[in-house]
Design a protein around this ligand. Structure first.
Ligand code: G3P
Ligand code: MG
Length: 257
């Protein structure tokens, strides 16, 4: 039995609005909200001058008018890019948002947020350099999130595939809930989740079965599953007792379920 407070809804709009709007933009959050979603996931990394902003990839090309490594640009440069036109004409001119802009949107509308700490990681860099960036991202984002959400009862959930990011978040703002993301059951994941005092373990949905569910439940974690876009799979996961489902198919699943 898990006694940690868990104030979050079961369905979470992945990257704001799934695929119906440009991911990780405020337009996506608005589209997600228009389908009744009350919790959103987004990916956050640091600009060169330390400003936390929303972007999934390390590089800009796929989801913006920019090129190169996003984290090598200042926020001033990033703020001029178009993060909507790549998706469709309707969203032309949509900017990359800062974490602050998203926090204001969520707080004003009483929406919950899951911030995925997504540190810039460069191919070929030394592990120590990658870990340092991961840790710094966790520290900076958590500290800023703590300030931005200081007046709200429901805090943002901070999650990451990178233990170093969660370690940084834990050091900077221990009271903000944390979630370990897993794309496989790597050696040591359970001790890692325990050490990080995580509230939730969130896996690729294919990793959940009766055995893995009971192991994670026995260790008092909530259970999350990304990114689930198929109705049969959602039913299987709900039957297994998964607490949190991240989906792109905001048009298919009612968040009230
Ligand atoms: O937080 C769950 C999910 O967003 C993890 O995968 O690559 O979509 O950020 P990704
Ligand atoms: Mg993500």
């Amino acid at each position: 039995m898990n006694h940690r407070p868990w104030p979050y809804p079961r369905f979470v709009a992945h990257r704001g609005g799934g695929k119906l709007a440009p991911e990780n933009t405020l337009a996506a959050f608005r589209v997600g909200a228009s389908y009744g979603y009350r919790m959103f996931e987004c990916d956050i990394k640091l600009a060169q001058d330390g400003v936390p902003f929303l972007l999934h990839d390390d590089t800009l090309a796929r989801t913006s008018s920019g090129t190169g490594v996003a984290g090598h640009l200042t926020w001033n440069a990033l703020s001029r890019l178009d993060a909507g036109a790549w998706h469709s004409r309707l969203f032309t001119g949509e900017p990359i948002p800062t974490m602050e802009a998203v926090s204001q949107f969520c707080i004003r509308n009483h929406y919950a947020l899951n911030i995925e700490l997504k540190p810039t990681q460069m191919k070929g860099e030394a592990q120590s350099v990658a870990d340092a960036m991961a840790r710094r991202t966790g520290e900076v984002v958590a500290k800023r999130a703590q300030q931005l959400w200081s007046e709200t009862q429901i805090k943002p959930l901070l999650s990451s595939f990178k233990p170093a990011s969660l370690k940084g978040a834990q050091a900077a703002a221990p009271e903000l809930p944390r979630g370990l993301l897993l794309d496989e059951w790597w050696d040591g994941w359970l001790d890692c989740a325990i050490d990080l005092d995580c509230a939730i373990v969130t896996c690729d949905y294919q990793l959940w079965n009766a055995k893995t569910v009971s192991l994670v439940k026995a260790n008092n974690f909530r259970l999350g599953s990304y990114t689930v876009n198929d109705a049969t799979e959602v039913k299987r996961l709900l039957d297994l007792g998964i607490d949190c489902i991240y989906t792109d198919r905001i048009d298919l699943f009612s968040p009230a379920e």
